[in-house]
Structure formats: C-alpha cells, structure tokens
Design a protein around this ligand. Structure first.
Ligand code: 13P
Ligand code: SF4
Length: 324
C-alpha cells in the first residue's frame, strides 16, 4: 500500500481522477462519440490511447472526414483550431488551451496584414502552423508534407508570399526554384538543434543517417540524408536499409519509430544547450490527466468567431483539394 502511494503523481491522487486513465478515456470516447487525434510529438501514453496519430496534414484530413460528434485534439492550438474551422458544429476539445506554438506566435495578425499589404499582387501560402486569423488572410494553407507540391501548382508568373516559417520557406524555395517572399518566423524547437553536436554524433555513429524536419535551420538541414514532415520521416525510417538514425525533430516521434522498427536505433539530435529544449514545451503541456478531464468536463473547447472561421475555411479547403 505504501509503495502504491509513493508511485502516484500529485494529479492521480485527486479524487476525480481514476487510477486507470487509459480505460477511463476509452469509456469517455464512447460516451461522447469522440475521436481522439494525436500528433507524433505527444507523450507516448497519449499516442497509445489515440484513435489516430499523424502529421498535421493527416490529422487535418481525419478532422475533415470524421463522423464523430466530438474531436479531442491531443496536439497544439492551431491544430485543434483547424479541426474546428472544418467542423463548426462539432465539439472540439484541446486538453490544455495554453498548448500554443512559437511559430504561430511569431506571426502576429496586425503585423502580417501590413506585410501582406506591401505585396498586393502576391498570393499568400501559409504553413498550417499559424493562427486562424493568419489563415483567414491567406489564399492557400500548406503543411510540411505538401508545401512543395502546392507551390509547384501555382503558375510561374504568380508571385508568392510564404508565411510564417522562414526555414520551411527557404526549403520550399530551393525545392521549387521559386523566389518566395518569406515571413521571418521560426520554431523554438527546430531552430535549436546543434549542428556541431550532430556532426559529433555522425563521427561516433558513422553508419547513421541524419533525418530532419524542414523547420530546422539550413546548417542542420545541410547534414540531412532525408528531409520531410513527421510522417515522411517515419516512413523513411521503415523503408531505409540503415539501422541507425539521428532524428532532428521533436523526439516524441521516436515512440512510433521504435514501435515500427524495434531493431533499429533512433538517436535524438541534441539541442545547443544542455536542456530538454528539443522537446516542444507546448505539445508537452498535454497529459493523460488533462486529456481525461477535458473529455469528462467537455472543456476547454475551441470557439471561433464565425467570420474568421469562414475566411479561414477556404484556404484550408484549397489545400485539401491540392494535396490529394
Ligand atoms: P508535421 O506537419 O510534420 O507533423 O509538423 C508539425 C509541427 O509542428 C512541426 O513542428
Ligand atoms: Fe510549434 Fe515548434 Fe512546437 Fe511544432 S515543435 S508545435 S512548430 S513550437
């Protein structure tokens, strides 16, 4: 009895929290007729209890096609917001409303409106990692898995603003040969991987392939054997004959890599300082306890002004149509 008490976290000692959160969440899914969507950067237990795990595009597609009455988004705010934009009549829950995104925050709507006004003949392609207000000012949304495909479908004569990620923007410009006007935002997680430490790891593990998310800075990307969205990185690890990978993205995804390829070794790329800042502090705000409480109390709920939702819906629909 004493041992059990010691193992309990302060949250699980609260009377409203069941001991077996996994089973309690499964029961609530049925009660609410809810679907739980989780991003690969969520903690392992959340990934295991989710109905679907995916990258931003896959989760947006799931949100667009679900017949559930409620969508519980184990991810960050812009992802849950996208689900709400696509499903105005459904209950959309986010376990922690503070689960934001540094990249989305790096593009404030008023400043972006001024920036956009300086390029009146440009179409605006915005990475899905932005607020509903920015989506509402955009022509087409993209994710890291379809950005190149989408930009390639825009006529050559048409000038383009790309927002808000400067690293994805630079990567897309290089891949498509287009001269993009890029908003200078970045992700605090992906700009923090250390090129020096990655090179040191490559010396220790000469057979390892470096795989990186396009939100990483160019010096890190220059060492990558493969660059892609979280799902693309996962697929690459399965297809590659290599046995070792240095993974330059949020290490939450290593849970799925290890599950799919238990014989292979996945080494998280280290951040510049000796901190845990390769973990996304926003994604990690969600916990099993908060997921359970959100479903039990049907809050926090995503609510959007209808005018913003409608304006943001069109560019998301264009993305879905252009990335089939
Ligand atoms: P993906 O679309 O590759 O899952 O990326 C989401 C994200 O937030 C990366 O930081
Ligand atoms: Fe945003 Fe970066 Fe976290 Fe992705 S990893 S949700 S871009 S802060």
């Amino acid at each position: 009895m004493f041992t059990t008490t010691l193992r309990q976290s302060p949250l699980t000692q609260r009377p409203e929290l069941p001991r077996d959160l996994f089973t309690a969440i499964q029961r609530l899914k049925k009660e609410l007729n809810a679907v739980v969507l989780a991003h690969y950067y969520q903690e392992s237990e959340i990934q295991d209890v989710a109905d679907y795990i995916g990258d931003s595009l896959e989760l947006a597609r799931r949100a667009a096609s679900t017949t559930a009455d409620a969508i519980v988004f184990a991810g960050v705010h812009f992802m849950a917001e996208t689900a709400k934009i696509l499903n105005p009549d459904k209950l959309v829950l986010l376990p922690d409303l503070d689960a934001g995104c540094s990249l989305a925050d790096s593009c404030p709507p008023a400043a972006f409106a001024e920036f956009k006004a300086a390029y009146p003949d440009h179409v605006v392609v915005s990475y899905i990692n932005c607020s509903a207000a920015i989506k509402a000012m955009s022509d087409i949304i993209c994710t890291s898995s379809n950005a190149v495909k989408i930009v390639n479908q825009i006529p050559q004569y048409q000038p383009i603003i790309f927002a808000p990620d400067r690293n994805l923007g630079r990567y897309v410009a290089a891949q498509t040969g287009r001269d993009l006007v890029i908003w200078q935002g970045a992700c605090i997680v992906h700009e923090n991987f250390s090129e020096k430490k990655i090179v040191q790891l490559k010396i220790i593990h000469p057979q390892a392939e470096v795989i990186a998310h396009p939100e990483c800075e160019p010096p890190v990307l220059s060492h990558a054997d493969f660059i892609g969205s979280t799902s693309a990185l996962l697929n690459y690890c399965q297809q590659s004959a290599s046995r070792e990978f240095i993974v330059a993205t949020e290490p939450g995804i290593i849970h799925q890599m290890q599950r799919r390829e238990p014989q292979k070794r996945f080494i998280p790329a280290p951040p510049i300082s000796n901190c845990a800042c390769n973990e996304c502090p926003y994604m990690r705000l969600n916990t099993m306890e908060k997921l359970y409480l959100a479903m039990k109390n049907r809050t926090p709920e995503i609510i959007l002004p209808e005018a913003t939702r409608l304006a943001a819906w069109q560019p998301i629909q264009r993305m879905l149509a252009m990335s089939v």
